[in-house]
Design a protein around this ligand. Sequence first.
Ligand SMILES: NC(=O)c1ccc[n+]([C@@H]2O[C@H](COP(=O)([O-])OP(=O)(O)OC[C@H]3O[C@@H](n4cnc5c(N)ncnc54)[C@H](OP(=O)(O)O)[C@@H]3O)[C@@H](O)[C@H]2O)c1
Length: 328
Amino acid sequence: MKAVVYTRYGPPDVLEIKDVAKPVPGNNEVLVRIHATTVCAADWRLRKADPFIVRLMNGLWSPRIQILGMELAGKVESVGKAVTRFREGDQVFGATGFKFGAHAEYACLPQDGLLEIKPANMTFEEAAAVPFGAVTALHFLRKAKIQAGQKVLVYGASGSVGVFAVQLAKHFGAHVTGVCSTANLDLVKSLGADEVIDYTREDFSTAGPVYDIVFDTVGKSGFARSLKSLKRGGFYVVIAPSGGLASVVGDILRGIWVSMTGAAKVIGGMARAAPGDLAFLKGLIESGKLRTVIDRRYSLDEIAEAHRHAEAGHKKGHVVILLAQTSQ
Ligand SMILES: NC(=O)c1ccc[n+]([C@@H]2O[C@H](COP(=O)([O-])OP(=O)(O)OC[C@H]3O[C@@H](n4cnc5c(N)ncnc54)[C@H](OP(=O)(O)O)[C@@H]3O)[C@@H](O)[C@H]2O)c1
């Protein structure tokens, strides 16, 4: 099968299309013929080993995992002997998670992993763009104990995590303010945000301590400004590094101190999917409460261009890779 392979860390040009062995499903696994996948932040971060800590996970000198791609939608081609939840021909969507491997024509996923029948009202490309951003947004909103009636600020509301954070916070009954640039104001409003703030013209923190949750999806809200905007004991969720190693360590230490004083609770770390998350998201999609935003579409051959666009940090929602076999 065709796959995008990288054997050294570096710029998008390290990505090569190669013929590799088609995976064989284990007893508990499903082989999916991939129709659509995405390039998400984890893909370009692993490709360029940014931040450096990535090398501790994926090999100090060269990448152990050589096929990137975390999320997908496609058709079940075959199933392992013990599989009961899926059968050949099912249209599914899901995530390979930290095993990656979705930038390829086929991937195997465990039947009890992040894998569900594709929402009936989504195309393959729309469904492929759900798991990474939506599961992340769901995980952190739950960790911040979101409740109806709360005021939530989503900083970086137009990225792949942000577009789902806005929609999910609305679903949970919050009053949502989305922060984005001028070009994305209408998009963020269309996702249900009650208010939008253009970060190129306005400083969100001038409103004072009005928010129960500040959810920074891009690491750029600023520690001091975010704390200034939170009610006492509110949650500051920050899921992306704010800079190099020194600023990350500084943020962690400040986070511990602020949490100890009770001024705010600072939450970070890695998102983890809980059982049932994807089924829950599918339900919201099918009831019209959640949608994907697709910025650009590329073919597998254009993967380097897709990485360049995603890495630039200004995509609107998702960058989708369509495989040749795509038929909706
Ligand atoms: N901790 C975890 O478990 C976890 C999970 C998923 C992702 N992440 C991290 O979260 C980060 C975001 O991921 P993503 O996929 O959502 O990124 P993304 O899709 O690349 O985000 C792009 C968006 O960020 C906005 N943006 C850029 N600079 C901004 C600024 N200064 N202020 C406000 N918005 C700004 C852009 O809007 P404009 O064009 O308008 O600037 C663009 O729409 C990544 O660093 C990723 O590694 C962490």
